[in-house]
Design a protein around this ligand. Structure first.
Ligand code: NAD
Ligand code: MG
Length: 327
């Protein structure tokens, strides 16, 4: 999988497509990106745009079915190329469709949110929502990922913050990212590239998440519970931010980690650290989480910047911390 990250890299699409020389190309995108960035693609390659409505609710089986149908109608084959242009919703869906249509077509991704650039488009997980979030999906690697920080210029501020939640997570997992965040001067290709490398290094050894890849769930135990309890009204990156604070405080109690290091990063980006959920409700959801072990509470806990461990934590410690974090 080739990942190119750089200002203006979107202009390199033509050379990637030429190299694959696919039999037909389709671009899956949404109505928002259609107005902003689709033109940059169509001026380089001849392709059929497939435009879906904007929103997480369209990462669905119904949308996948409509796209499969359209691909059949335009005579798509396994040697054809699907390009996903958009945020994580579009890249997850496009990758899912590419991995399933005729057992797999070529796939290229052009992530256009910070979250998709550092996370969703990296690592080969595809998915659609079915009964619950990302219940149906595959592991499937793209031929290329083109990440152009210029595309973030049209992204609303709240979506930048949303992505920064995951960026701070990488800052705890990796001291290189941590240093970049301490001397933060803006989101650029260097910062995105370091985050991508952290994820690639971890995923490389455990693509199907049977072990080590779990450490990428730092901040997500509490984060997922908050998303669920809020009916997915809280943004993922914000839930992760609060979840990172929770992991840091739990770690402080268990192994003496200095939670101030996490707090300082969250403050720097004005990311949330407090919540107004009922700790009991969060605990209930955490025990049922698909990633939980038989109802036990398992956390990824920082031991130091750049070092984490997966540990079972007793309920009392978790509830004390969640209580202390209430707004
Ligand atoms: P999103 O795709 O909904 O994008 C957020 C909003 O920004 C949308 O309204 C979108 O149209 C808009 N947008 C995107 N790019 C833009 C641009 N350049 N300019 C202006 N507006 C733009 O949300 P997201 O946060 O990017 O992704 C969330 C999804 O990613 C979830 O479905 C989640 O499950 C998935 N995800 C997947 C993985 C994985 O490993 N596969 C990892 C993390 C998240
Ligand atoms: Mg996440």
């Amino acid at each position: 999988m080739g990942v190119v990250i750089g200002k203006g890299s979107i202009k390199k699409l033509k050379s990637f497509v030429d190299e694959l020389s696919p039999y037909k190309t389709a671009i899956i995108t949404n109505t928002t990106l259609e107005k902003l960035w689709l033109g940059k693609i169509l001026e380089q390659v001849s392709a059929t745009p497939i435009v879906i409505p904007d929103g997480e609710e369209f990462k669905s089986l119904e949308t996948a079915r409509q796209i499969w149908k359209e691909l059949l109608e335009i005579g798509f084959t396994r040697k054809s190329l699907i390009i996903g242009l958009g945020g994580g919703v579009v890249t997850d869906l496009a990758a899912f469709v590419a991995s399933t249509f005729m057992r797999g077509t070529y796939l290229g991704l052009i992530p256009t949110t910070l979250l998709a650039q550092v996370d969703a488009a990296i690592g080969g997980k595809t998915g659609i929502n079915f009964e619950g979030k990302n219940i149906i999906g595959t592991f499937y690697l793209p031929e290329f990922v083109i990440t152009d920080p210029e595309t973030l210029k049209t992204l609303p501020e709240v979506e930048i913050l949303n992505g920064l939640g995951e960026v701070v997570k990488y800052g705890i997992l990796d001291s290189g990212v941590y240093r970049k965040l301490k001397f933060f001067r803006g989101i650029d290709e260097g910062l995105i590239g370091e985050c991508v490398n952290v994820k690639l290094r971890i995923v490389e050894k455990d693509m199907r998440e049977r072990g080590r890849r779990r450490i990428l769930n730092l901040g997500h135990t509490v984060g997922h519970a908050m998303e669920k309890v809020s009916g997915y009204r809280i943004k993922h990156g914000f839930a992760v931010s609060i979840g990172l604070m929770a992991s840091a405080l739990i770690a402080e109690k268990i192994n003496g980690f200095d939670s101030g290091k996490v707090e300082e990063l969250l403050d720097r980006f004005n990311l949330p650290k407090k919540h107004s959920f009922e700790p009991k409700e969060l605990l209930k959801v955490m025990k049922m989480d698909k990633k939980a072990w038989y109802g036990r509470l398992v956390f990824v806990l920082p031991e130091d910047i750049g070092k984490v461990a997966v540990r079972e934590v007793d309920e009392k410690t978790v509830s004390t911390v969640l209580e202390a974090m209430r707004d």
